[in-house]
Design a protein around this ligand. Structure first.
Ligand code: ATP
Ligand code: MG
Length: 454
């Protein structure tokens, strides 16, 4: 739904033929232009609209060549918006005026009569530079926002989560549609809320609609609304989620479950921003940013003919893939302690942490249900715990799970450290015996014990 905005240039000169020539030249380059014929005109144009650049002559009263009028305007423009690039046009040979203009904040100058190619190159460069500059300011604002409140808590310090954080920071503030993929419980909704919270739509609602579990008809009127009498149960008009999300964000959860028929209706809204409530022919316009989530492989769904490729392209302008908890084990203790604090508070228990065995059990578990499963396990442990520290038995994790079924998800190092732990346990901490059993020298085993912090 978004395109990079066409740049708008304000051109200012007191000669109509100059303005006309510039207008045609810039239009041919795909720019939007507006013109002003006096210093006052420049200022009032800038007050009423946003421009990407001002291209202005320095002389406005007949017969003046001092450039003073233009220089005075420059000072005013600088005070109004110092990030707005201004390029000045000067008469041949008036280098001093050009230098003074640059001193007052003009970004570049061109002598009249200008050479088209050179003028275009200057304008393009200045527009790009100022966009980069504004982008930098935006990123800074985002960083502030990322630290601000109102966003969901998102614990993510592992290397595997770094690309996720980068993407959130970069695309969050934009209007780009984002597809969030990942296994169950990996935090897809947390990401959606974070994206919305740092967007310009943050003060408007984020409306969620879950495509799983609803029949096609019900889901359609959920999305688009219906009018009274549209079907038997439609006793009143109903506003759909798209309209509720107008100006804000619509979060389409479990998008892979949308039927092909509804996929085409969805596609139309995404392409045109237009929809009709079920049973009505009146077309309504909505302005909605779409975030969607799935734990399915949509490319595979497309290949199997179950998901429209054109819809996928509309949804996944940007894709954020969440790693499973197994791929981000560094976050596990942080998450576990965070949940422990949360639930201790909620249930008014005085818990300060995990016994080391309990933390080890958490680390060893495969977490097929990812962060949500961990959250539930910690909640249960908080309820069960009798003393200040959570004990392994409070967690209620099925033991023996770590061996079979999990090994293929482990890295070589994980497997090594697991085997070493098992050997040590079997020989009750006797390093020589464990080293023998593992086929290692004692010193090789000691090196590994240090490496894995055992
Ligand atoms: N990085 C994180 N930091 C803190 N809490 C998290 C994090 N990721 C997930 N959670 C918590 O874990 C639970 C599950 O997260 P969420 O609902 O976002 O997952 P999901 O991917 O949408 O799951 P599903 O596919 O089952 O819908 C939530 O309670 C959420 O607050
Ligand atoms: Mg979810």
């Amino acid at each position: 739904m978004t395109t990079s905005r066409t740049a708008r240039i304000l051109i200012a000169d007191d000669q109509a033929d100059v303005l006309e020539a510039l207008r045609l030249l810039l239009k041919g380059q795909g720019y939007l232009t507006e013109s002003a014929t006096s210093p006052e005109g420049i200022v009032s144009a800038l007050k009423s609209k946003d421009f990407d650049l001002v291209l202005m002559d320095l002389n406005y009263s007949r017969d003046t060549t001092s450039g003073q009028e233009g220089l005075d305007v420059l000072t005013i423009l600088q005070a109004m918006d110092s990030a707005l690039p201004v390029v000045v046009m000067t008469a041949w040979g008036s280098v001093n005026v050009a230098v003074e203009a640059m001193r007052r904040g003009a970004r570049d100058f061109i002598e009249k009569p200008w050479e088209n190619a050179r003028l275009i190159a200057i304008l393009r460069t200045q527009i790009e530079l100022s966009r980069a500059l504004r982008e930098g300011q935006r990123l800074e604002a985002e960083n502030r926002l990322l630290r601000a409140e109102g966003r969901p808590v998102m614990i993510a310090e592992s290397p595997a989560m770094q690309p996720v954080l980068d993407l959130i920071a970069r695309v969050g503030p934009s209007d780009a549609n984002v597809l969030i993929s990942g296994e169950h419980g990996t935090g897809k909704e947390v990401v959606a809320r974070s994206l919305h919270a740092i967007s310009e739509r943050a003060s408007r609602p984020m409306v969620t609609v879950n495509a799983g579990g609803l029949s096609e008809g019900v889901f359609e009127s959920e999305l688009f609304g219906h009018v009274k009498g549209a079907f038997t149960d439609a006793r009143t008009d109903r506003v759909g989620r798209f309209e509720l999300a107008d100006g804000g964000t619509l979060f389409l959860d479990e998008i892979a479950n949308v039927s092909l028929n509804l996929q085409s209706k969805l596609l139309r809204v995404l392409e045109s921003g237009e929809l009709e409530r079920v049973g009505s022919s009146k077309t309504r316009r909505v302005d909605v940013r779409i975030l969607s989530a799935t734990n399915a492989d949509l490319a595979q769904e497309v290949a199997a003919g179950r998901f429209r490729e054109d819809l996928l392209f509309r949804l996944n302008t940007i894709e954020i893939h969440l790693p499973s908890l197994r791929e981000r084990r560094e976050d596990l203790p942080l998450l576990a302690n965070y949940f422990l604090r949360q639930f201790s508070q909620r249930y008014r228990k005085h818990l300060t942490g995990f016994e080391s065995g309990a933390m080890q059990a958490l680390r060893d578990f495969a977490w097929p249900g990812n962060v949500r499963e961990l959250e539930h396990a910690v909640e249960r442990a908080v309820l069960m715990a009798q003393c200040e520290l959570v004990r392994p038995s409070d967690l209620g994790l099925r033991i023996g799970r770590e061996g079979a079924g999990r090994i293929d998800e482990l890295s070589l190092e994980d497997v090594e450290s697991l085997l070493i732990k098992k050997a040590l346990a079997r020989y009750e901490g006797n390093v020589s015996a464990a080293a023998d059993a593992l086929g290692l020298s004692r010193s090789a085993l000691y090196r590994r014990l240090r490496k894995y912090g055992l």
